[in-house]
Design a protein around this ligand. Structure first.
Ligand code: ATP
Ligand code: MG
Length: 273
């Protein structure tokens, strides 16, 4: 458990710097300003956590607690009110090329083919060469969509579209993949398939992942570390290390260790009040 470490880190920021961290989120606070008669909203009170290169971190908390806000701050898409975010030794001051994103609304372009959707980030950055097309095809193959490159998004199921969005996020080999409840709209079985696919991709690409979810079992199944938030304004109430070895498969979901971790997360969320 990291709670002790983080308490120490809060009083001595150099502790965060000493640790072999790839990402350091330090005392981030977010207040949305007053608007049209409504008072300012404190979305994040003060949030600190860190992660190593290649680590899988989930942000788990109730609806409206500020998870998306924090993810967008880490992504450099929203200006924070206070605190700092460093990834790969550099302060995040805006969207970065070394990040990939998958949001709940996939934003696939309906008039473009699957392959061209995957290639979009490369086109935007002027790097859409033969190597990029080959990589897009390899990624589609990896997620079981070879043969669908010429299809349009509407010809695919929700789970298949989700896999296209994942390929698009990975096409430029990001060092950090940021995912906001990406599987929320999928049925249970498809969702479990996507979990295994994501773990496989993560093992192959070695990318770090920050994954927002309100599902306790999803967070435990996927993560090295689960950062658990209270209700709004979001405070971190627990840092849960998940010592279950990778590769993980469906069997781990039915072990006493898994159940115990789910219980710990539930307790932190206040389920047993
Ligand atoms: N652009 C904005 N302007 C003002 N308030 C906002 C804005 N975006 C979010 N909020 C408020 O900040 C709080 C946190 O919102 P956020 O979307 O980060 O929560 P969340 O944990 O992602 O919720 P959910 O699980 O429902 O997606 C909410 O009270 C929300 O109303
Ligand atoms: Mg959200």
């Amino acid at each position: 458990m990291r709670s002790g470490f983080l308490k120490l880190a809060a009083s001595n920021p150099s502790v965060l710097a000493d640790r072999a961290a790839f990402g350091v989120i330090d005392k981030v606070r977010m207040v949305y300003p007053q608007r049209a008669g409504s008072p300012p909203v404190v979305a994040i009170d003060e949030a600190s956590f860190s992660f190593r290169d290649g680590e899988f971190v989930s942000l788990l908390g109730p609806s409206g607690c500020g998870k998306t806000t924090l993810l967008r701050i880490v992504a450099g898409l929203v200006d924070k009110t206070a605190g700092s975010v460093q990834v790969g030794g550099h302060e995040v001051t805006g969207p970065r090329r070394d990040f990939g994103f998958v949001f709940q609304s996939l934003n696939l372009l309906p008039w473009r083919s699957v392959l061209k959707n995957v290639l979009l980030p490369m086109e935007i950055s002027g790097r859409c060469d033969h190597a990029a097309v080959r990589r897009a095809e390899e990624l589609l193959d990896l997620v079981g969509l070879s043969g669908f490159g010429k299809s349009r998004p509407h010809q695919l199921s929700g789970g298949m579209q989700q896999r296209v969005a994942l390929c698009r996020a990975l096409i430029h080999k990001p060092d950090l993949l940021l995912m906001d409840e990406p599987f929320g709209a999928l049925d249970e079985l498809t969702r479990m398939e996507m979990h295994d696919l994501l773990l496989k991709i993560r093992a192959e690409t070695k990318t770090s992942v920050i994954f927002v979810t309100h599902s306790i079992s999803e967070a435990v199944y996927l993560s090295d570390q689960v950062v658990i938030f209270s209700k709004r304004p979001a405070r971190i109430v627990e840092h849960l290390d998940v010592p279950l070895p990778y590769p993980r498969d469906v069997h781990v979901r039915y072990t006493p260790e898994f159940t115990q971790l789910e219980r710990q997360a539930s307790e932190a969320l206040g389920v047993f009040k």
